[in-house]
Design a protein around this ligand. Structure first.
Ligand SMILES: [Zn+2]
Length: 387
């Protein structure tokens, strides 16, 4: 009852102050909760966007190493953290990310001298049609790694590489044969000469040779579903997946795989994009807007960005460079991150650099060391007509 003896005014002031204080508190609480929910909402939205619609604008750089160590302004060359490499129009058609389809002619030129003979370099975890199957060296390594893993996972060495690189002349022959077969003047299975991915040396067709016969229809089913589920870890994508026919303009072909590189195959799988969509998607990421960050199954982290081709004779494509270095030189440690530049075969270049090294995929055992699939048993296969 001591309050009774205090001046009235004081109570009044106190209540008034309390009311103001409460109001301020309420506003602060509201602001904080709104801020928090905005943060969480952003995060949720980001996750959701990633799932629903991958066509979002540039992600910012990740936090480590600190973003300030990376100069995303290519004009600030005093830091020398990015340096230009001049790419010419003729290089649009080279690299792992060239997009070739019924409407986009392959601009690059690949000759047999650039390629590996699969029969000569393959391990024993799979077979190959004959000595005419050629692929890019990077594809050769990826095939060996993938089928070793497939063998370890399933005990099967029954996949056969049925086709790789094709010359223009051979593609024309396949196309003519297909049109004669179906009695039409165009095909949704076989590409015109010049418009087939097989000209790149980056595409392969598989079949299954099991129980004395070929069965391409086994691909994508049973043990062979492993390939579709795991190909991205080795840089391959199923190039003509179900559901994308209206974009690829080619019927679903569970046997046709395309090498694009591990980070890109991973992103395409994560975002459910076919190559046409992915090449468009990458255009959201530039050296100015921020990079697409992709973490692969082996724990490595890659940065990916696009540089549109300029009107000039050459295009300056910026690559990361170590501070203080003058020129990029792969043989020295002037390049802090291993990088690749690929043309998209249309209108620009894509830079990929490995920002963080991976810890590696689980080791696989070379089946040649444990079993001996009979090398001589490799049958002669006839190549079925496909793009
Ligand atoms: Zn094919």
């Amino acid at each position: 009852m001591t309050q009774k003896y205090r001046p009235k005014k004081r109570y009044k002031i106190k209540y008034k102050n309390l009311a103001i204080l409460l109001a301020i508190l309420l506003i602060i609480i509201l602001l904080i909760s709104k801020g928090c929910s905005a943060i969480f909402k952003n995060k949720d939205d980001k996750e959701k966007q990633k799932e629903d619609s991958p066509l979002v604008t540039g992600d910012l750089l990740p936090d480590s190493p600190p973003p300030e160590n990376l100069n995303t302004d290519p004009t600030k060359q005093s830091y020398y953290l990015f340096t230009p490499i001049e790419m010419t129009q003729s290089q649009l058609g080279s690299g792992n990310l060239v997009l070739v389809n019924n409407n986009i002619r392959f601009l690059g030129s690949v000759t047999e001298d650039d390629l590996d003979v699969v029969r000569e370099k393959k391990n024993r975890a799979y077979s190959v049609k004959d000595y005419t199957v050629l692929v890019q060296p990077v594809v050769m390594d990826a095939l060996n790694d993938m089928f070793l893993s497939f063998y370890e996972a399933t005990g099967k060495d029954t996949v056969m590489v049925n086709a790789g690189y094709r010359t223009l002349e051979y593609q024309q022959q396949l196309y003519d044969e297909e049109l004669a077969r179906i009695g039409a003047d165009s095909s949704t299975l076989v590409a015109k000469a010049g418009y087939s991915e097989h000209h790149t040396g980056l595409a392969v067709d598989f079949t299954v040779y099991e129980g004395g016969k070929y069965d391409q229809s086994k691909l994508g089913t049973g043990d062979y579903a492993w390939i579709d589920e795991n190909a991205h870890k080795f840089g391959f994508v199923n190039r003509y997946p179900k559901g994308k026919e209206s974009i690829t303009l080619i019927d679903n072909e569970p046997w046709h795989y395309r090498y694009v590189g591990v980070p890109h195959a991973t992103a395409m799988k994560d975002y459910d994009l076919c190559l046409e969509q992915y090449i468009d998607y990458i255009k959201n990421y530039t050296i100015d807007s921020g990079f697409l960050s992709v973490t692969t199954d082996d724990g490595a982290q890659y940065m990916i960005y696009y540089t549109p081709m300029s009107e000039a004779e050459s295009t300056s494509v910026y690559i990361p460079l170590k501070e203080g270095a003058d020129t990029p030189d792969d043989s020295s440690d002037d390049v802090p991150y291993p990088y690749e530049i690929s043309g998209n075969n249309i209108d620009g270049f894509i830079v990929t650099f490995r920002f963080k090294e991976g810890t590696g995929l689980p080791q696989v055992v070379d089946p040649a060391a444990t079993t001996s699939p009979d090398e001589n048993a490799e049958p002669e296969a006839s190549e079925s007509g496909e793009e």
